[in-house]
Design a protein around this ligand. Structure first.
Ligand SMILES: [Mg+2]
Length: 294
């Protein structure tokens, strides 16, 4: 039994009400695309965005956020993910847009479209005012005061934005695991996982329409690093593919927060998993963790 538990808390959508910020994020992203990158009328882009979003939502299991040819997340798992997936589909679906994006991101780290949407995400989420869930401050304060729990904040965003926003809660210093890149997919990664039912796997079957690719070396390294301290580990997040599946196959309990956008296929999978827990309200987290870590 561990003396204490590191509670890894996802930032966007878990501590914050992502569903209330996504319209502003999409608006700012379309402004920048229309004005600086694609140089097309804003109204046309808005229509393209609407059409792309509708196509995604008509068959969400067939659309995803793709990195290095692998599925990083299905498009319907989160509000920000749906925005990112929609932008990617819109940019990839129009040869003129794709050319303009390739010109604007000539030395892409992933590919020009992924780099472009990462740029839009980092730039514009940093401009949004913090929008914490109503219970976030009290939950963080309780975990920080608890002798058995050390909260760590996990984010794909850059740590400085998250640090700045968290400081507005006036809770003192929180450790940030910033830029963890749960979306960094590597098709050539040599790590395999053993699964009681499926044997040696790199892709986790979820249901007949979904599977989660586990080839996420950057996130794996971050989790291994936190495990090496001898503390227990729990991950708490609002989506499955990016932050949740890897902990589950590594034997780390995963708590999925139910939000207005959480799709049933994610809830069902986590609820049925021996290490999975579904949390209906963030306020219930300290109580759940106390039971889980007893
Ligand atoms: Mg999240």
């Amino acid at each position: 039994m561990s003396a204490y538990w590191k509670v890894i808390l996802d930032y966007d959508g878990t501590l914050t009400a992502e569903e209330e910020q996504v319209t502003a994020l999409a608006d700012k992203s379309l402004d920048t695309l229309a004005r600086d990158i694609l140089r097309v009328p804003r109204s046309r882009l808005e229509e393209d965005y609407r059409i792309a979003r509708e196509a995604l939502l008509a068959a969400p299991h067939q659309h995803w956020w793709e990195v290095n040819g692998l599925i990083a997340s299905y498009c319907d798992e989160g509000a920000f993910i749906l925005n990112t997936s929609t932008l990617q589909a819109m940019l990839r679906g129009n040869p003129d847009y794709l050319r303009a994006v390739t010109r604007a991101f000539p030395s892409a780290e992933y590919d020009p479209v992924v780099d472009c949407t990462n740029y839009l995400f980092h730039r514009h989420t940093a401009e949004l005012a913090p929008c914490f869930r109503p219970e976030t401050r009290a939950v963080l304060a309780e975990l920080m005061a608890h002798p058995s729990f050390v909260p760590l904040v996990l984010t794909n965003s850059l740590g400085d934005k998250v640090q700045r926003n968290l400081s507005t809660l006036g809770l003192g210093e929180l450790v940030i695991l910033g830029d963890t890149r749960q979306y960094e997919m590597d098709p050539h990664w040599g790590q395999w996982f053993s699964h009681p039912r499926w044997g040696r796997i790199q892709i986790l079957p979820v249901d007949e329409l979904h599977q989660v690719d586990l080839r996420r070396p950057a996130y794996y390294r971050a989790l291994r690093g936190e495990m090496s301290s001898g503390a227990g580990l729990v991950v708490v997040a609002d989506t499955l593919s990016l932050p949740g599946a890897l902990p589950l196959v590594m034997g780390i309990p995963f708590v999925l927060l139910r939000t207005p956008y959480t799709p049933p296929w994610c809830l069902d999978f986590v609820a049925a998993h021996p290490l999975g827990h579904v949390l209906d309200e963030l306020a219930g987290l300290p109580c759940l963790l106390t039971t889980l870590c007893a």
